[in-house]
Write a protein that binds this ligand. Structure first.
Ligand code: ADP
Ligand code: GLC
Length: 473
């Protein structure tokens, strides 16, 4: 049994902006099946402090990066949590990474350095008598952990998981002092990146093992196109890098028990959900597939490509219901497109129950990302018999079986993939999707395949378990 401290900036169901939270929230339960125990170290954001129930103070700090702080332990939502209660860093309005206007908090480097610093202290001295055998950090917010472990002289192994390499957590070299980093290590082999302090690079350089969230993304990261500046260090550390695909929480995402929908066990049970969804989005009946998309609206997600490719869907009798929020220009472009098409509707915002209703009621789910380390919504789609149409990249390449002539005749297809990642290829894929939908037997067969496809945590949790075990002989 390995004791693991997970160091992460979000964790479902407490606080979530994307798939990272789902993974952080699901891993402890999945690992418990393999006999491991994981506690999760989280910043004490204002938004979570009221959700913790009974807490116990297990440590206090006179000066944690500019103010007094406490370390709280509790169990909430079945998770063993350690919370860094540091009001000067986390008790504020707005988002967890930035203010209400979307501007990053100016002190993000210190906010997440504090998390890493506390992680190192827990590795050294324990928390309420509990001491981890392994520290497992996620993304740049946990990247400085090995620096502080080294500074404390602690040898606890560190596993670092890349969920998205696009965020480097860079800050100017003048912050070495305020981040309590060792100037002697501010060099290209450690955490210096083109004159900046890079929290991500610190994590990559200092990790005993590096993982990312799909095998294809692990390969893509070694190329300049996807590695965006970190490909060199990743190539140097290739023997320590592996891809472990994410699972989904099969209790939360289960069409047979989902409290947000009209439950079903077979694809035919989707009809009632489709009608309800059309009503919710103000869409009429149509002959083509009802496509859904649930996403952060950013460059990564290929939303602009979809806007260009819309005629291939809407011109073939298809429909689109979209839920998301993010870049203001994308929000405006989507709302404009919806205003011009009776078969397209857009809701701007974040809505968990609606996302379940969309996955249940849609015929297909679209994920046209330019890059996608893993992606979770295509996995929900598979489980709910809502066929994924995805770009051929990262985890989308690894989790969907394209409806090629060979896959169709072998009876194994679960969705549609397109490549290159262009508006033209996406248009062609949407045309293919509409053609498949017009063949009910083929479509039903694909739905049955999709619903049988393994999307749980079992295999992947076993791989993390094996990594921890190797590091703690
Ligand atoms: P990423 O982490 O890059 O945003 P993922 O596909 O891994 O992409 O995870 C996104 C998660 O956030 C999924 O659980 C998805 O359902 C959820 N999500 C994204 N946008 C919204 C939204 N507007 N409303 C509800 N859930 C959303
Ligand atoms: C990131 C990636 C996404 C992945 C998620 C969880 O946000 O963009 O592809 O599924 O992390 O690992």
């Amino acid at each position: 049994m390995t004791q693991i401290l997970s160091v992460v900036s979000e964790c479902a169901p407490l606080i979530k902006t994307g798939g990272l939270a789902d993974v952080a929230g699901a891993l402890p339960g999945a690992l418990a099946e393999h006999g491991d125990h994981m506690s999760v170290l989280l910043p004490g954001y204002r938004a979570i402090m009221g959700k913790l129930g009974k807490t116990k103070v297990v440590d206090t700090f006179r000066d944690l990066f500019g103010g007094k702080a406490r370390l709280l332990a509790c169990n909430a939502y079945g998770l063993d949590l350690l919370i860094v209660d540091a009001p000067h860093l986390y008790d504020r309005d707005g988002g967890i990474y930035g203010d209400a206007a979307g501007q990053d908090w100016h002190d993000n480097p210190e906010r997440f350095a504090a998390l890493c610093y506390v992680a190192a202290l827990i590795a050294k001295d324990g928390a309420g008598g509990w001491i981890p055998d392994v520290v497992h950090g996620h993304d740049w917010q946990a990247g400085l952990t090995p620096e502080y472990l080294a500074a404390q002289g602690v040898k606890t192994p560190f596993v670092f998981t890349i969920h998205n390499i696009a965020f480097h957590g860079n800050t100017g070299g003048e912050r070495l002092g305020s981040l309590r980093l060792d100037p002697a290590r501010f060099n290209a082999d450690q955490f210096e990146f083109w004159g900046h302090i890079s929290a991500l690079k610190a994590g990559l350089a200092g990790a005993d093992r590096i993982t990312t969230v799909s095998q294809t993304y692990a390969r893509e990261l070694l190329t300049p196109e996807f590695g965006i500046g970190m490909d060199g260090i990743l190539r140097a550390r290739q023997s320590d890098l592996s891809g472990i695909v994410n699972g989904i929480d099969e209790a939360v995402w289960n069409p047979a028990t989902d409290p947000n929908i009209t439950t079903y066990k077979a694809p035919s049970g989707k009809a009632a959900n489709k009608r309800a969804l059309q009503k919710t989005f103000g869409l009429g009946k149509s002959d083509g597939p009802l496509c859904v998309l649930i996403s952060r609206l950013t460059e990564q997600k290929g939303i602009d490509l979809l806007i260009q490719a819309l005629p291939a869907l809407l011109g073939n009798g298809g429909q689109l219901a979209l839920l998301g929020s993010g870049a203001p220009d994308l929000e405006v472009a989507l709302l404009e497109a919806a205003a011009n098409h009776p078969n397209m509707a857009v809701k701007i915002g974040y809505d968990e129950p609606l996302s379940h209703q969309m996955i249940a009621g849609g015929d297909a789910i679209l994920v046209p990302s330019r890059f996608e380390p893993c992606g979770l919504t295509q996995l929900y789609g598979l489980r709910y018999g809502t066929l994924p149409l995805v770009s051929l990249t990262g985890g989308l390449a690894d989790t969907v079986i394209n409806a090629s002539p060979a896959a169709l005749s072998a009876g194994v297809a679960t969705g549609v993939q397109f490549h290159p990642i262009t508006a033209q290829a996406l248009s062609d894929a949407l045309t293919t999707l509409c053609a498949l939908y017009a063949q009910p037997d083929t479509w039903k067969k694909m739905q049955r395949n999709a619903m049988k496809h393994a999307v749980g945590w079992d295999t992947s949790a076993a791989k993390y378990h094996a990594i921890y075990a190797e590091l703690t002989p």
